[in-house]
Design a protein around this ligand. Structure first.
Ligand SMILES: Cc1cc2nc3c(=O)[nH]c(=O)nc-3n(C[C@H](O)[C@H](O)[C@H](O)COP(=O)(O)OP(=O)(O)OC[C@H]3O[C@@H](n4cnc5c(N)ncnc54)[C@H](O)[C@@H]3O)c2cc1C
Length: 263
């Protein structure tokens, strides 16, 4: 049985961040040994996605940042604009692929970090720690014993709550024929989108250059849309609200994130 001080189940945003902090640059020598367990390629692995977050000054993942903005804009339904300079913060964009490569690179020569591929079935408390039970690609049972286990597998169902809305969105990475974007400013919320009956919606524009941007349609409402409805919403936003003109869709992303007061 593989033994480690810390077993991390799931190599997504949380698991990779934790592994990087425990064993990456700046963690010093003599840190805990880490077993990082992730599901094999397949349905349990999340698709590629783009993360944005606020940060003041340099951050430990800056080498993976695609773009960042100091200026943010919000528009109300009648196109009244609020511009903000968020210094000393910046709003930073990282693509999940670039983040994974950065963590792979920084942990590559750490002998105290072991990568384990397998589908975790259970995490059991045992005296002095816990045992992670998994199956490898061939279906063979394996186990990792650790003093501490951080389990980031998504919950099968959401806990009970007074409020559960979904933040659900669909985005296009676009390249336009005309230079239509202002690369200095991210449009955080543009409420000129048609509003749903049982929630709210807004557009979101993250410019990567004069011709390139991630453009998204977002709703906070009880249910996701169909893929046709998302496409229609982004098309309406790009054609009739932003009036971007001719454009090419380079790639897309979709997300459904629960917004809840559950513990
Ligand atoms: C398109 C999109 C855009 C987003 N944009 C933002 C954003 O801009 N800012 C932001 O803060 N958040 C954003 N989010 C939300 C963010 O992605 C999640 O909050 C975050 O990924 C959660 O991190 P996590 O590590 O808990 O889960 P994940 O990143 O989903 O990682 C879970 C890991 O667990 C592994 N796993 C699952 N089941 C098993 C199993 N049985 N055995 C072994 N491993 C398993 C998976 O392979 C995966 O590696 C976005 C989400 C999406 C989908």
């Amino acid at each position: 049985m593989l033994q480690a001080d810390v077993a991390i189940v799931g190599a997504g945003a949380a698991g990779l961040s934790l592994a990087h902090r425990l064993a990456g640059p700046g963690s010093g020598g003599g840190g805990p040994s880490v077993a990082l367990v992730d599901a094999p390629p397949g349905p349990l692995r999340p698709p590629r996605r783009t993360w944005c977050f606020w940060e003041a000054g340099p951050g430990r993942f800056d080498a993976a940042v695609t773009a960042s903005w100091r200026h943010l804009r919000v528009r109300d339904p009648s196109d009244t604009v609020i511009d903000g300079d968020i210094a000393p913060l910046r709003y930073k964009m990282i693509r999940s692929d670039d983040f994974e490569h950065l963590v792979d690179r920084d942990l590559a020569d750490r002998e105290d970090v072991r990568r384990v591929e397998g589908t975790v079935d259970t995490v059991e408390d045992v005296p002095g720690g816990a045992v992670v039970r998994l199956r490898d690609r061939a279906g063979h049972a394996r186990a990792v014993r650790a003093r501490w286990v951080f389990d980031s597998r998504p919950p099968g169902s959401l806990p009970a709550a007074r409020t559960t809305l979904l933040q659900h969105f669909h985005g296009w990475f676009v390249r336009t024929a005309r230079p239509v974007f202002d690369p200095a400013t991210a449009e955080l919320m543009d409420f000129r989108t048609p509003q749903p009956a049982d929630g709210l919606s807004f557009g979101y524009v993250l410019p990567l250059g004069r011709h390139d941007a991630l453009v998204e349609y977002t709703e906070f409402s009880p249910r996701p849309l169909t893929s046709d409805a998302y496409d229609a919403a982004v098309r309406h936003y790009t054609e009739h609200v932003l009036r971007l003109g001719d454009l090419e869709v380079l790639s897309t992303e979709t997300g459904v994130i629960p917004m809840t007061d559950a513990v």
